[in-house]
Design a protein around this ligand. Sequence first.
Ligand code: DC
Length: 236
Amino acid sequence: MEKGIRITVDGPAGAGKSTAAKAIARRLGYLYIDTGAMYRALTLKALRCGPDLPDEQALGRLAADTEVRLAGPERPDGPYRVLLDGEEVTEAIRSPQVNAAVSQVARVPAVREGLVRQQREMARNGRVVMDGRDAGTNVLPDAEVKFYLTASFDTRVARRHQELRRGGFDVSREAVEKDIAQRDEIDSNRTVSPLRRAPGAIEVDSSDLTINQMIERMLEVCRRATDARGPAPGAR
Ligand code: DC
């Protein structure tokens, strides 16, 4: 078996990160780490505390006191599962309520500290594809391959709209536009680990690519990086 590398995939909401990162993880047999799902799970827990989000201190305590686990799919083509303190919340974390609140939770430094620690721990042995906003800039700045995915605002809105409707959420296109614009603003301008292209990251604009073209392009980069590292010690 080859040594394996760490791959990060960052970019704004709707750029195609999770589709690409999951496909790459499957093709390479790597662990897929969806960091956004971890912020979403914590947000769901916070929203269950009451109608208003708790203050920053309480959110920090909540993060320290919460276990978010990411589990592989139950069937080969099934979804990656997200477990919040042992409860499966794979679908619940994709709701419009969580969409609207997650950036507010993810901007809190103590929340990020707690979840970033868990993310680094998961990536300790390499052979991972990490999908997020700060995976290449902050969580794994020395990853062997870093991608920064982009797409036009319209493309991103259309993708998120379709994804929500497929999930059974009846939302208008205008509502999705508003949500994505707000999240772009908060994710890019927060003080701690704002969304940025990491130094050395390869930018892929997916507006005019099919999903398969995007994945093949990215896999080619990963294969070159893996070949450059050579076989693991003892492997033939
Ligand atoms: O990729 P997503 O839509 O599931 O991410 C949900 C939110 O979590 C997003 O608005 C920003 C935040 N996030 C973050 O701050 N840092 C990450 N590494 C991943 C997501």
